[in-house]
Design a protein around this ligand. Structure first.
Ligand code: S3P
Length: 172
């Protein structure tokens, strides 16, 4: 059994399409760490897609599932927790994230985000709003909350996945 690299979890946050899942997978491969993809775990447990959860039960219900999962993850170590893009919108979630370990905010320009999300139908908050202006406004509205939650900020525009991971690890 290999020794654990970190005695805490690495929590990745950021706007939809900022690169949380990509960076999580890469870090996981580099360091043989487990990844918990929060959206995926919640969708599996609810036996519904994220879009269906939003449609059926609403956003608050979904945020509460996020809170529960963040609390559950506090019992673990050395895990990469890849959050949904809106996790930091709830004050309680920020508290529970911080108890997990280091919170890393991934940032990208609205144009980059649009490119990454334009073909996705699993972003209920962007349905019918796949344009730069909308993304820019939502990002701006969320900015203070993301930044307040973050221990570390990594910009992802015009960098390779490897460069982003190296920068992230250095800043931990
Ligand atoms: C959300 C982002 C999504 C997902 C849900 C809500 C948000 O995750 O959790 O659609 O409020 O920004 P991704 O960032 O993985 O797309």
């Amino acid at each position: 059994q290999a020794r654990k690299l970190f005695d805490y979890n690495i929590v990745l946050i950021g706007f939809m399409g900022a690169g949380k899942s990509t960076i999580s997978d890469y870090l996981s491969a580099m360091f043989a760490m487990d990844v918990v993809e929060m959206d995926q775990v919640i969708a599996e447990r609810e036996e519904m897609s994220i879009s269906d959860i939003f449609e059926t039960y609403g956003e608050e219900y979904f945020r509460t599932r996020e809170t529960e999962l963040l609390i559950e993850m506090q019992a673990r170590q050395n895990v990469i927790v890849s959050c949904g893009g809106g996790v930091a919108m709830r004050e309680r979630n920020v508290e529970e994230m911080k108890k997990n370990g280091r919170v890393v905010l991934l940032k990208a320009a609205p144009e980059t985000i649009l490119n990454r999300v334009k073909d996705s139908d699993e972003r209920p908050l962007l349905n019918g709003h796949k344009n730069v202006e909308y993304i820019e406004n939502l990002m701006e509205a969320r900015r203070d909350k993301y930044e307040a939650a973050a221990d570390i900020i990594v910009h992802t525009d015009n960098k390779t996945v490897l460069q982003i991971c190296e920068e992230l690890i250095q800043k931990l």
